[in-house]
Design a protein around this ligand. Structure first.
Ligand code: HEM
Length: 160
């Protein structure tokens, strides 16, 4: 089970690196109409936090495996061995990384739940298109083009 956990964790790490690169080069779509400045800032902080946490939770897990005095190799789906990080193996170091890994993992879980709750709130209570845009990135890109026009800027001002 530990090896499965590590294999899926390394997969998450690879996907998180891709997502972080994508996020840094992608032109962000305009926020959906009707979103207040505070909500927009909260959404931006949430997105950054989720990407950063996905990276550091997995890295902290890798540090747990690397600092463990048991020195057990990480077999990636039984295909290849992923080397340990160059960290000193000691019980104190392993305890620290285990604590950090668990704490950050549960924090990320809380944020994922909050993110999902916010999306449902938009869909079922506010009845706006936030969830649909999250599920259909194509629609988001089309929206971004439309929302950037002067006409839409005027609509946004009116709605505010
Ligand atoms: C984003 C990906 C990951 C998530 C969400 C995650 C989450 C977790 C969680 C929730 C625990 C249990 C913490 C507790 O309650 O004690 C755990 C334990 C552990 N994880 Fe991960 N993990 C991830 C990636 C990794 C990776 C990549 C590795 C190693 C290469 C790893 C190695 C471990 C180990 C060795 C433990 C057991 C620590 C101990 O109690 O001794 N994890 N992980």
């Amino acid at each position: 089970l530990y090896q499965w956990h590590k294999s899926f964790g390394f997969t998450v790490l690879g996907l998180a690196v891709l997502r972080a690169v994508w996020w840094s080069i992608e032109r962000n779509p305009a926020p959906p109409p009707g979103l207040g400045p505070l909500e927009h800032t909260a959404a931006q902080i949430m997105h950054r936090a989720l990407i950063v946490l996905a990276l550091i939770v997995a890295l902290a897990g890798w540090a747990v495996a690397s600092t463990s005095t048991l020195n057990i190799p990480s077999f990636y789906f039984n295909l290849i061995v992923i080397p340990h990080l160059p960290l000193r193996q000691s019980e104190a170091s392993e305890a620290f990384w285990t604590f950090a890994h668990a704490l950050l993992a549960y924090l990320m879980l809380g944020l994922v739940a909050g993110h999902a709750a916010a999306a449902f709130y938009h869909h079922f209570l506010r009845r706006d298109e936030v969830l649909v845009r999250m599920l259909r990135p194509g629609a988001r890109r089309r929206d971004a083009k439309t929302f950037n026009t002067q006409e839409n800027d005027d609509t946004l001002v009116e709605r505010k």
